[in-house]
Design a protein around this ligand. Structure first.
Ligand code: PAP
Length: 327
C-alpha cells in the first residue's frame, strides 16, 4: 500500500517467518482497501492482522476479571469502548456533570483507552497487557472460534456488538475512502457489495462472525452478551443498565446512567478537540471514527438494488437463527 494514512495493521510489512509459512498455505484474494486478504479459519484477514491474531492466540492470557468487547469493524467499537470505559471506571472517574471535567474520555480518544488486541500484538509486540488496571478492558474483531483459548475457558466476559450490515458496510466504505482515497478511487461500490455478499471482505463473512457470537450468547448468556448498535441508539440508558448487570458492576443509579449516555454520545464525543484534531499512533485521524453515527444512514450511499442484494444475502444466512436485525 502506498498511502501513508493506512493503519499499520492493514499493512503487509514486518511479517514473521511463522506468518509467512502459514499464509503460503491459505486461500487468498485481492481485496478492497487491502492489497491481499487471506482466509484463516473461515475469515478473511490482511497478513498483518493475521499475524496479530496468531500472536494473540499464542500469548494472550485472559483473566477471570477481563472484559472483552467484540465487534465486526464499524459496528460500534468506538462508542462501546467509551461506554464500557466510563461504566467500569465510574468510581475512579466519576461521570457526573460537575466532575466530568477531569474525565479521561474528554482528553483521550476511546481507542487509546481500550487496546485493540490483534492490532497491539502486530504493532506493539512489547506492550504489556498484564500492566493494564483491573478489570482489564480490551477489544477485538477476532471470531468466536478463533479467540485465544484462555478467553473461552476463563470466566472473563464478552460484550458483542452487532450493527445492521448495510450501515456497517457503508461506514467501512467511507472510512476506507477517507483513509486511502487513491487506492480505493477506482473500485466500484457494486464490486465491493458483491465481495461483501460473498463474505470476501475484511474480517468477513459478516454473518458468520455475528452468528458465532449470537449462538455463543444463547448457549452461555453469563459469558457472552449480545447487543446491537440499533438498540443502543434507541434506548442507550436501558442498554447500559443491561450491560452493567451482565458485567456485575454493582448498582448504578438513573442519574449516573444519564451522565454516561451524555458523555459518550456521538454529539458530545465527536465535538471534543481530541476526537476532531487528534491522530492515533498508527496514523489514523481520530475524526475518521466519527462520521454520522446514525441508523439507516446507508440510504445516502447504497442504491435500492445494492441494498436489496445485501438484504437478500443476510436474510438467507440468518434464516432459522432466531436473530433479526432492524435496519
Ligand atoms: P472501528 O471498528 O474501526 O473501531 P467503529 O467505531 O465500530 O469503527 O465504527 C465507526 C462508526 O461508529 C461510525 O459510523 P458511521 O460511519 O455510520 O457514521 C461512527 O460515526 C459511529 N460512532 C462513533 N462514535 C459513536 C457514538 N458515540 N455514538 C454512535 N455512533 C458512533
Amino acid at each position: 500500500m502506498s498511502s501513508s494514512s493506512v493503519p499499520d495493521y492493514l499493512r503487509d510489512d514486518d511479517l514473521t517467518q511463522e506468518t509467512r509459512d502459514l499464509i503460503s498455505s491459505l486461500p487468498s484474494e485481492k481485496g478492497w482497501l487491502v492489497s491481499q486478504m487471506y482466509q484463516f479459519k473461515g475469515f478473511w484477514q490482511t497478513q498483518a492482522l493475521l499475524q496479530g491474531i496468531l500472536k494473540c492466540q499464542k500469548h494472550f492470557e485472559a483473566k477471570d476479571s477481563d472484559i472483552i468487547l467484540v465487534t465486526n469493524p464499524k459496528s460500534g467499537t468506538t462508542w462501546l469502548k467509551a461506554l464500557l470505559f466510563a461504566l467500569i471506571n465510574r468510581h475512579k472517574f466519576p461521570v457526573s456533570s460537575s466532575s466530568s471535567g477531569d474525565h479521561p474520555l474528554l482528553v483521550t480518544n476511546p481507542h487509546l483507552l481500550v487496546p485493540f488486541l490483534e492490532g497491539v500484538y502486530y504493532e506493539s509486540p512489547d506492550f504489556n497487557f498484564s500492566e493494564l488496571p483491573s478489570p482489564r478492558l480490551m477489544n477485538t474483531h477476532i471470531s468466536y472460534l478463533s479467540l485465544p483459548e484462555s478467553v473461552k475457558s476463563s470466566s472473563c466476559k464478552i460484550v458483542y456488538c452487532c450493527r445492521n450490515p448495510k450501515d456497517m458496510f457503508v461506514s467501512l466504505w467511507h472510512f476506507g475512502k477517507k483513509l486511502a482515497p487513491e487506492e480505493t478511487a477506482d473500485y466500484p461500490i457494486e464490486k465491493a457489495v458483491k465481495a461483501f455478499c460473498e463474505g470476501k471482505f475484511i474480517a468477513g463473512p459478516f454473518w458468520d462472525h455475528v452468528l458465532e457470537y449470537w449462538y455463543a450468547s444463547r448457549e452461555n448468556p453469563n459469558k457472552v452478551l449480545f447487543v446491537t448498535y440499533e438498540d443502543l441508539k434507541k434506548q442507550t440508558g436501558k442498554e447500559i443498565t443491561r450491560i452493567a448487570e451482565f458485567l456485575g458492576c454493582g448498582s448504578i443509579g438513573e442519574e449516573e446512567v444519564k451522565d454516561i449516555v451524555r458523555l459518550c454520545s456521538f454529539e458530545h464525543l465527536s465535538k471534543l478537540e481530541v476526537n476532531k484534531e487528534g491522530t492515533l499512533p498508527n496514523g489514523i485521524e481520530t475524526k475518521a471514527f466519527f462520521r454520522k453515527g446514525e441508523i439507516g444512514g446507508w440510504r445516502d450511499t447504497l442504491s435500492e438494488s445494492l441494498a436489496e442484494e445485501i438484504d437478500r444475502t443476510i436474510d438467507e444466512k440468518f434464516r432459522g437463527s432466531g436473530l433479526e436485525l432492524s435496519c
